[in-house]
Design a protein around this ligand. Structure first.
Ligand code: PMP
Length: 356
């Protein structure tokens, strides 16, 4: 029954199908928090090169990628686990630590994959409403029981873009039982402008803290599906026992390795994202929309009217955004920061819809 109750992850149609349906061409897609600059050219070259060996199985241990990450992050190699996107690490954590009836806490709303995996494992989702668009850690602490196994905190948070304050997080950790793992999902960590606790700060000091990172966002490799977790080596050992032997394919390993070395691409990505974010914020404010402060590559804005209708209306004008109606924000839209010309098209479409 817990499987029958699951709702498939909102798949969305292929871009070309949407364009056909709405009679548009050259649509601007600002819906999935992807990198508007595309992948690093170095990653593309590495993937091409890897293609020559597609008849071979990938390196099941992710030797080179793990070594490079360990060196970069200054962490123990044995504490790194690679995944088919960070999504797979969420799945692994739940499969390893959550037995039927066990509890997992997360915010409501938060990244949807947490609750989905918990439900698939017949675990119990303990959903804690946000407070002021941020994780409500005191409320979450009150919901921890002796059945709690995991706490998922997306930091920065999807969809609001808010970040945790260090004193709040430390107070939360101080009261948390030794047996609960706290997963800091840092999918958007590179974009943070400000101070926030990072999993790496706790590694080697607190075995309960697990960090998740991805190549899908700032590194622009969402299509390759590669992410990783950093954690206590003993915790990593459990995930390694369950992990599929070839979960990260050869192209993904090669592309991720090259992307890690392309610091110039990452820097350009951050510059374009931050300046685009500021421009969108200004443009949206001029349209009278309330905008949340965001530490990611997307922002949430209140349209002051039905978000589903705004989504449809801007789509007809060739701009694909995300309605937050299903996340408990019926009048809010989530916009991924694009290239300058994409941001302008988005603002122009919204101006027509909101003031027309
Ligand atoms: N965590 C959060 C908070 C996300 O927003 C996303 C992507 N939408 C992910 C994890 C998953 O990323 P990946 O592509 O690495 O599976």
């Amino acid at each position: 029954a817990h499987i029958a109750d699951l709702v498939p992850y909102p798949p969305g149609k292929p871009l070309e199908e949407l364009e056909r349906e709405y009679g548009i061409t050259g649509a601007v897609k600002l819906a999935s928090n992807e990198n508007p600059l595309g992948p690093s050219p170095k990653a593309v070259a590495a993937v091409r090169e890897a293609a020559a060996n597609l008849h071979r199985y990938p390196d099941g241990s992710g030797y080179y990628l793990k070594h490079r990450l360990a060196e970069r992050l200054g962490v123990d190699l044995a504490g790194i686990v690679l995944g088919n996107g960070s999504n797979e690490l969420i799945d692994l954590l739940v499969r390893v630590f959550v037995a039927p009836g066990d509890e997992v806490a997360s915010s409501d709303p938060a990244f949807l994959v947490y609750r989905k995996m918990v439900q698939a494992a017949a675990g119990r989702n303990v959903l804690v409403p946000l407070r002021g668009h941020r994780h409500d850690l005191p409320a979450m602490a009150r919901r921890v029981t002796d059945r709690t196994r995991l706490v998922f905190l997306d930091n920065p948070h999807n969809p609001t873009g808010s970040i945790l304050a260090r004193p709040d997080f430390e107070a939360f950790l101080a009261d948390l039982p030794e047996t609960v793992l706290v997963v800091l999902d840092e999918a958007y960590a590179e974009f943070v402008r400000g101070e926030t606790p990072r999993a790496l700060d706790y590694l080697g000091r607190d075995r309960r803290v697990v960090g998740l990172r991805t190549f899908s966002k700032a590194h622009g490799l969402a299509g390759l599906r590669v992410g990783y977790g950093v954690m206590d080596p003993e915790v990593a050992g459990y995930l390694e026992r369950v992990r599929q032997p070839f979960n990260v394919n050869a192209a993904a390993q090669a592309g991720a390795l090259a992307a890690l070395d392309d610091e110039a691409h990452l820097r350009r990505t951050l510059e374009v994202t931050w300046s685009g974010m500021d421009r969108l914020r200004e443009g949206l404010s001029a349209l009278g929309c309330r905008v949340l402060e965001s530490h990611t590559n997307f922002l949430m804005a209140d349209m002051g009217r039905d978000a589903g209708e705004v989504y449809e209306a801007v789509l007809r004008r060739g701009v694909i955004l995300r309605s937050m109606a299903a996340y408990g924000y019926p009048t809010w839209i989530r916009i991924t920061v694009g290239r300058p010309e994409e941001n302008e098209r988005c603002l122009a479409a919204l101006a027509e819809v909101l003031t027309g």
